[in-house]
Write a protein that binds this ligand. Structure first.
Ligand code: PGA
Length: 251
């Protein structure tokens, strides 16, 4: 599979961290140092930080993304934010289906699919997260589970829309735990996902970037990014400090 065909993406997922002032500071610290980065640099921030982060990222090659969006354009959905609200402020990337949403906020494959649809309809690029829990891995159902998450989330997505999809394989047991999946596990899961895509789509799959996420840090980024079917990384904890995020980008 030709990795060179795909753009490399290093995306930060800030989760529920940073105030707007801190967001501005972090983006301002990273921006000048990534201006020649040979990859796409994305920072996905809490909703309240988007404006400040966008402002700080203006004129730089850092793209600001959100961490979720609702499937309706507007309405009585207290606490939710729509894809249109995001695009109206120039935010064109959104993470959907993160395992923390699935684990703690009742996100299901069906709601993930609805959110993916809404984001694509609004013209956004989606970073779709899939991945198994430790229990599921031990039960030997990783491939089925990841295939199911991928297929349901992307059901009804056209070849054209697929150009705005990035998949992040994030084994739940490796998120925020310090445990990283080994190279063999990562390669195998990425191959499986690419195979699932091939069963769903005729052509575009070769261009779709598949990222790895789960305890990516400066010390392991080089090895992970060197794997042939890893097109980038989605970074949580280590994206919260300029130094560690830059070290990963430079890997
Ligand atoms: P982590 O998070 O890098 O802190 O493990 C990754 C993620 O949840 O996207």
């Amino acid at each position: 599979m030709n990795k060179a065909l795909r753009k490399a993406v290093i995306a930060g997922n800030w989760k529920m961290n940073k105030t707007p002032a801190e967001a501005k500071e972090l983006i301002a610290a990273i921006a000048p140092l990534v201006k020649d980065a040979g990859c796409e640099v994305v920072a996905c921030t809490p909703f309240v930080d988007l404006s400040a982060a966008q402002e700080a990222a203006q004129g730089t090659n850092i793209q600001i993304g959100a961490e979720n969006c609702h499937w309706e354009v507007s309405g009585a959905y207290t606490g939710e934010v729509s894809a249109q609200m995001l695009t109206s402020m120039g935010v064109n990337i959104v993470i959907i289906g993160h395992s923390e949403r699935r684990q703690y906020f009742g996100e299901t494959d069906v709601t993930v699919q609805k959110r993916v649809r809404a984001a694509l309809d609004a013209g956004m690029t989606v970073i779709l997260c899939v991945g198994e829990t430790l229990e599921q891995r031990e039960q030997g159902i990783t491939s089925e589970l990841v295939a199911m998450q991928t297929k349901i989330a992307l059901c009804g997505v056209s070849e054209e829309e697929l150009k705005r999809v990035i998949i992040a394989y994030e084994p739940v047991w490796a998120i925020g735990t310090g445990k990283t999946a080994g190279p063999a596990e990562i390669k195998e899961a990425h191959e499986l996902i690419r195979g699932d895509l091939r069963t769903m789509f005729a052509s575009a799959c070769t261009e779709l970037p598949i990222l790895y996420g789960g305890s990516v840090k400066p010390s392991n980024a080089h090895e992970i990014l060197g794997l042939d079917n890893v097109d980038g990384v989605l970074v949580g904890g280590a994206s919260l400090e300029a130094k560690s995020f830059l070290a990963i980008i430079n890997s």
